[in-house]
Design a protein around this ligand. Structure first.
Ligand SMILES: CC(=O)N[C@H]1[C@@H](OP(=O)(O)OP(=O)(O)OC[C@H]2O[C@@H](n3ccc(=O)[nH]c3=O)[C@H](O)[C@@H]2O)O[C@H](CO)[C@@H](O)[C@@H]1O
Ligand SMILES: C=C(OP(=O)(O)O)C(=O)O
Length: 427
């Protein structure tokens, strides 16, 4: 059992290195499996549990993967894929497992999905993925535990997504990249990670246009080659470190963070009293004045990222006045509210809306991470609280943030990652 222990009260100051993006590297591992020859090299790979699970899953289907942690480099040789089955014990531990299906369909003619994991955020449907595969010519059979997709070659088609699904867009682009003829995906996702995946696939030889417009056209090609690609910085990791500075009244330099990718999150934090300045490739963040309350409505990019809604809820607890949050992407993303209230916050949830009454002083407590982002939101709460906060399960935080304790300690935070009780190791 991994947990994080945080003693609050220190203003975070100094330099933090922003990791590569979880939500870009996972589809890139899926993309690497499309190359039937050669070795793909991914750089700036975040050393997170989801990447470790993806490497394990790639091994089970026959790919050879070497994760060089110190170099943050992943080498993937997918020249021999031997199994079309994504076994439940690994696939159910992370959402990115669904991104392996296009490669299995193209390379082995079938994909057997025993389950897909990811954060527990309410309903997380995959119908756009499977309906899209069907439109491209695949047969999809489902029973209670397994989804079996079969295709003796895919053919381009016109696809429309009811909402711009992030992984749905990535999967359908990958499926279309090696299909015969032209595919058009309407209402495609606009997230920067999707654009980075398109960039990698284009370098691999795919013919994709319209990325970032919502209308993507893919002209199928016969093969894709292994390439080297550097994963973009993680805008969610950057957002969290910016909020850590904001909530503790600190001042940090974020190496590798992109202000452009923060989008509306930047404007909202500025309204709250946070100042951003770019110095070349380093983003400087500091709290300028006492925090003001904020209204946020989550949306697909370029809207306010749902994954930063939870840490923002914590920041709102420290703002003087009433903040309003409307969660529009997931129907179960407010479990955090109860945990913050245990620490002295005043958060009221009504369906997809939450009202945060601040500023309330936070007290350290034993709290539960219900998912990755509520976990990191509780770390932020711990940084601002009086006394000690213990957050479990830390595994959920480790799914998406690499070397969190080390990077926050470098900024002056009092935080430890503990593995208890079997070994008692502390890092
Ligand atoms: C690995 C990865 O990249 N995860 C991200 C991805 O998840 P993920 O790709 O799973 O999120 P989606 O964009 O697909 O889902 C958003 C919403 O659309 C609905 N939907 C989605 C697909 C579908 O076939 N049918 C359907 O109804 C879902 O139930 C959900 O309510 O985007 C989310 C929204 O930005 C982020 O929170 C996750 O961090
Ligand atoms: C929802 C998230 O991740 P996943 O889609 O991998 O569960 C997240 O990163 O907050």
């Amino acid at each position: 059992m991994v947990s994080y222990r945080v003693r609050g009260g220190n203003a975070l100051r100094g330099t933090a290195f922003i990791q590569g993006a979880k939500n870009a590297v996972l589809p890139m591992i899926g993309a690497a499996l499309l190359a039937a020859k050669g070795r793909t090299v991914l750089r700036n790979v975040p050393i997170i549990e989801d990447v470790r699970r993806a490497v394990e899953l790639a091994h089970t289907i026959g790919a050879k993967c070497e994760l060089h942690e110190a170099e943050r480099t992943l080498v993937i040789d997918a020249s021999e894929l031997t199994s079309a089955k994504l076994p439940a014990d690994i696939a159910r531990r992370f959402r990115g497992s669904v991104l392996f299906t296009p490669a299995l369909l193209h390379r082995l003619g079938e994909a057997v999905v025993e389950g897909v994991g990811g954060c527990n955020l309410g309903s997380r449907n995959l119908d756009f993925h499977y309906l899209g595969y069907k439109r491209l010519g695949a047969a999809v059979e489902e029973n209670e535990t397994v989804i079996h997709v079969k295709a003796a070659g895919l053919t381009g088609a016109k696809l429309y997504l009811d909402t711009p699904s992030h992984t749905g867009t990535e999967n359908l682009i990958m499926a279309a990249a090696l299909a015969k003829g032209t595919t058009v995906i309407e209402n495609a996702a606009l997230e920067p990670e999707v654009l980075d995946v398109i960039e990698m696939l284009t370098r691999m030889g795919a013919r994709i246009s319209g990325g970032g417009t919502g209308f993507i056209t893919v002209e199928g090609v016969d093969e894709l080659r292994a390439v080297e690609h550097t994963v973009m910085p993680d805008r969610l990791d950057a957002g969290v470190f910016a909020m850590a500075a904001a909530i503790t009244g600190g001042e940090v330099n974020l190496v590798g963070a992109s202000l452009e990718h923060l989008g509306v999150v930047r404007w909202k934090l500025e309204q709250m009293g946070v100042e951003f300045a770019t110095h070349g490739a380093v983003l400087h963040v500091r709290r300028e004045r006492p925090l003001r309350p904020i209204n946020i409505i989550t949306d697909t990019y370029p809207g306010f990222a749902t994954d930063l809604q939870s840490p923002m809820m914590t920041v709102a607890c420290l703002a003087d006045g009433m903040s309003y949050i409307h969660e529009r992407i997931f129907d179960g993303r407010f479990a955090l509210a109860g945990e913050l209230n245990k620490m002295g916050a005043d958060v009221e949830v009504d369906g997809s809306r939450a009202i945060v009454k601040g500023a309330t002083p936070l007290q350290g407590a034993d709290v539960t991470a219900h998912d990755l982002r509520s976990g990191i939101a509780l770390v932020l709460a711990g940084l601002a609280a009086e006394g000690e906060t213990r957050i479990a399960s830390g595994y959920l935080i480790d799914r998406g943030h690499s070397y969190l304790a080390e990077r926050m300690r470098a900024l002056g935070a009092d935080i430890t990652r503990e593995i208890l009780p079997s070994t008692g190791t502390v890092s």
